[in-house]
Design a protein around this ligand. Structure first.
Ligand code: NDP
Length: 234
């Protein structure tokens, strides 16, 4: 069955791989971008998720063009790393406003139509840092941990309506976000990952696609790690 899917930050990186995975199986896929335009073959809406009015307008456009959003993938996110003592309040709140409040804005907007349809899938892209912690990422880890509480609370609120809310927690993935690491840092991180390597974006996308499927309807409030074993036990 073809579904309407919205992937925030689906113009590049992990979000793009997720959007392409849904498009490949025949779903109607929209991605948000911030002016870069939509990747070929995907429907694009300009949207900054820190702006509630922009989120509302983006959903309205997608609803008009592709129908109500049935699968929301809240993927857009940023880092702004530094140690706690050096972190400014602006660095903290900006990351929270994008990664956590931005995801909430989208989930809230999507949920009204999902409730009406009595079906929905909300998937939050978190991070191994959210549960494992990471020096220099107090802001980022807090935002990503918050997504777990959000998904579980949505599960308790909307679980009886065929709406699931889950979290995918990737480890290190080959994208622009990790391209900033030096080779020495990459080697050190790879050594600490049981799989011995970073993930491809497609490996994250396949977990997301699976969670959105009809046969994953009894999985909700779960945290699915895609981290090569890095965060085991958390
Ligand atoms: P990228 O840096 O490659 O892409 C980030 C995406 O988020 C871009 O599409 C960007 O849009 C979008 N974005 C950022 N801020 C906003 C905003 N305010 N409004 C709308 N869109 C925004 O990141 P990745 O693909 O690596 O990461 C995707 C998700 O996966 C993030 O949530 C990240 O935290 C998470 N993650 C990544 C890991 C990794 O190793 N790469 C590991 C674990 C989790 P634009 O192109 O306009 O900048």
């Amino acid at each position: 069955m073809s579904r309407t899917v919205l992937v925030t930050g689906g113009n590049r990186g992990i979000g793009l791989a997720i959007a392409q995975a849904f498009a490949k199986q025949g779903d109607k896929v929209a991605v948000t971008h911030r002016g870069s335009g939509a990747p070929e073959g995907l429907f694009g809406v300009e949207c900054d998720i820190t702006d509630g009015a922009a989120v509302d307008a983006a959903f309205t456009t997608v609803e008009k063009e592709l129908g109500p959003v049935e699968v929301l993938v809240a993927n857009a996110g940023i880092t702004d790393d530094t140690l706690l003592l050096r972190m400014s309040e602006d660095q903290f709140t900006r990351v929270i406003d994008t990664n956590l409040t931005g995801a909430w804005r989208c989930a809230k907007r999507a949920s009204a139509k999902m409730l009406r349809a009595k079906w929905g899938r909300i998937i939050f892209i978190s991070s191994v840092s959210g549960l494992y912690g990471n020096a220099g990422q107090v802001n980022y880890a807090a935002s990503k941990a918050g997504l777990v509480g959000m998904a579980r609370s949505i599960t308790r609120e909307l679980g009886t309506r065929n709406i699931t809310a889950n979290v995918v927690a990737p480890g290190f993935v080959e994208t622009d976000m990790t391209a900033e690491l030096t080779q020495a840092q990459r080697d050190a991180y790879a050594k600490s990952i049981p799989a011995g390597r970073f993930a491809s974006t497609d490996e994250v996308a396949s977990a997301v696609r699976w969670l959105a499927a009809d046969d994953a309807g009894y999985i909700s409030g779960a945290v699915i790690p895609v981290d090569g074993g890095l965060g085991m036990g958390h």
